[in-house]
Design a protein around this ligand. Structure first.
Ligand code: MG
Length: 241
């Protein structure tokens, strides 16, 4: 689908008279950092430690959910038991520690260039992540100094309901002071796309993982790219009206 066609279709679907972007909301894992292989590995190992099965592709399937919610879901499915908050938190802490022992994730190629383009266009840059892992959150502000500020970052600590609820993106729009028709989301995960669509933002999926494009398409992504460098290359064209 062409860019203009996607924008027209988006406005029609939501009944918006206009689309005038003022802020771009980036998901973190698999969008800003190439961190998903580490997450897949640490999810698998940490859950195995407790006797739960989390296949490597499961990390991609559940990506975007708050970690404690994913663990409760696995326990419900495999143990037919509702975990207490304390149990789930302890298991998530173990998962976070397993992640922290992995080699540091590199920046997704193209993301910094894209942020520089967005800044030059005068749009705000925000981050909306389900992550509650300090290892990565602390890195954000130093790695993207001059592009990101703490006030425009939404993490697992800021919301009651994580993705796929629209709450994180609604919280992000509140922080940025934008309406849905002024907001562009960049996501890589099906549940993240679902959250952004429910918040009625223009949603660009970048499929940086192993799932088929159909997994993002079926959640309603307005545009799909296969890598961040493609989105960066086409950015100026996308904003041209
Ligand atoms: Mg992600």
């Amino acid at each position: 689908m062409g860019h203009q066609q996607a924008i027209n279709e988006y406005a029609r679907k939501h009944g918006f008279q206009q689309f005038c972007p003022k802020a771009v909301f980036f998901d973190m894992d698999g969008v800003i950092y190439d961190s998903m292989p580490n997450h897949a590995k640490s999810w698998h190992e940490a859950m195995a430690h407790y006797g739960l099965v989390m296949p490597p592709e499961g990390a991609y399937q559940y990506e975007g959910m708050r970690g404690v919610e994913t663990i409760k879901l696995l326990a419900r499915q495999q143990w037919q038991r509702e975990l207490s908050d304390e149990e789930a938190k302890e298991m998530y802490a173990y998962k976070s520690a397993t992640y922290a022992a992995c080699p540091p994730a590199s920046q997704m190629p193209g993301v910094k260039t894209l942020m520089q383009q967005i800044k030059a266009d005068g749009l705000k840059i925000c981050v909306v992540t389900g992550s509650g892992q300090h290892t990565l959150l602390d890195k954000l502000l130093t790695d993207f100094e001059g592009l990101l500020t703490e006030e425009l970052i939404v993490t697992a600590f800021d919301v009651k309901h994580g993705k796929p609820s629209p709450e994180p993106y609604i919280a992000g729009m509140q922080k940025a002071g934008t309406q849905p028709w002024e907001s562009i989301v960049v996501e890589n995960a099906p549940l993240g796309v679902r959250a952004a669509i429910a918040a009625r933002c223009f949603t660009i999926a970048v499929n940086t993982g192993p799932l088929p494009d159909a997994a993002l398409q079926s959640e309603g992504a307005d545009l799909i790219f296969s890598k961040m460098t493609d989105l960066s290359d086409q950015w100026s064209q996308l904003l041209k009206r």
